[in-house]
Design a protein around this ligand. Sequence first.
Ligand code: F2R
Ligand code: MG
Ligand code: MG
Length: 348
Amino acid sequence: PAARSLSRFRGALLGALLGDCLGSDFEGHYPLPAARVVRFLRSVEEAQREPGFLLYTDDTAMTRGLVRSLLSTPAFDEVDMAKRFAEDYKKDPDRGYGMSVVVVFEKLLSSECSDVFEPARKQFDGKGSYGNGAAMRAVGIPLAYPHVADMKKFTEISAKLTHTCSLGYNGAILQALAVHYALQGQLDRDEYLDKLIGHMKEVEGNEKSLADARELDLLDFPFSCRLQKIREFLQRGQVSKEDVIAELGNGIAALQSVPTAIYSFLRCMELDSDIPAHYNNLQRTIIYCISLGGDTDTIATMAGAIAGAYYGEEQIPVVWKQSCEDFAETEVAAEDLYKLYCKRLEST
Ligand code: F2R
Ligand code: MG
Ligand code: MG
């Protein structure tokens, strides 16, 4: 598809939905053979079930809240967005939300809350969450803001409504950048990584990011280091799942999942001997992410968003899409975001 075309917007939101709906059955599992994932996908493809039978989890619930807020307010409005997150949780609390983020929602729902960032700041004794909950919903921001500086700024603000440890919000910025550059058209893997590393060196270079990394016994510039590791893995070619999990992670922290999603997308540009060749690149990306085990819904939703932004809706299989809850609403939201993006692009 052409750069920044409607197909890519639909691909990004539908890819995110597919990753969550297909990945959630395996969340918390050990790594599993791709053949086992393929068997599950066949059962989905052959199921004689009503459309939308695969339910989405918190990943999509929060993406929907974020997107509805971006579409409903003329300018970015953190109070509106926080309210939507909390009210969506109250209406439907059993979507598998993170264990601690629910405390943020309860506080946001209280009439005593006057600063929407305060509840998140109080998490983990004032250290803030480094979970991947801000990254998993970040796809909406690069679909609404064409300019990279705005996109980074609003990703950070929206992330801080729930995640105030820099490892949490910097992970969201990285995920948003990954979608942003995937939307721009044909990419070279090295140049793509160069762009991400260039931004992350700046994003991770401030005092708070350096202090948070040291507090957690991490090297300085942890996301940039993992992006370098991705480059090394891609150059090496044959990399085992054990190495990917050991070096990039498959966990619930943003640092253990956002780089893994980016690696999965870049790795699955090529065929994989474990995955039947008739699956397209986007399908291969989702299968690969699920086969890593761990935080499968979230890694697959983030990789699905990036792959969908790159390959467009042409690679979204109709039967997979129609299995997912609220796929039709997702398509409408993607069209509305596309119009907003084009309007913002024209007005500058
Ligand atoms: N919650 C889950 N999965 C668990 C089981 C779900 C199962 N399917 C079910 O329904 O029972 N998945 C979802 O949560 C992840 C996103 O989490 P988020 O929004 O970041 O939440 P939270 O609570 O802020 O952080 C998650 C956990 O990370 C650890 N953590 C974060 N910051 C920490 C810190 N500063 N110090 C120590 N630990 C920290 C805590 O264990 C948090 O509970 C996605 O996977 C989504 O799918
Ligand atoms: Mg989830
Ligand atoms: Mg998850």
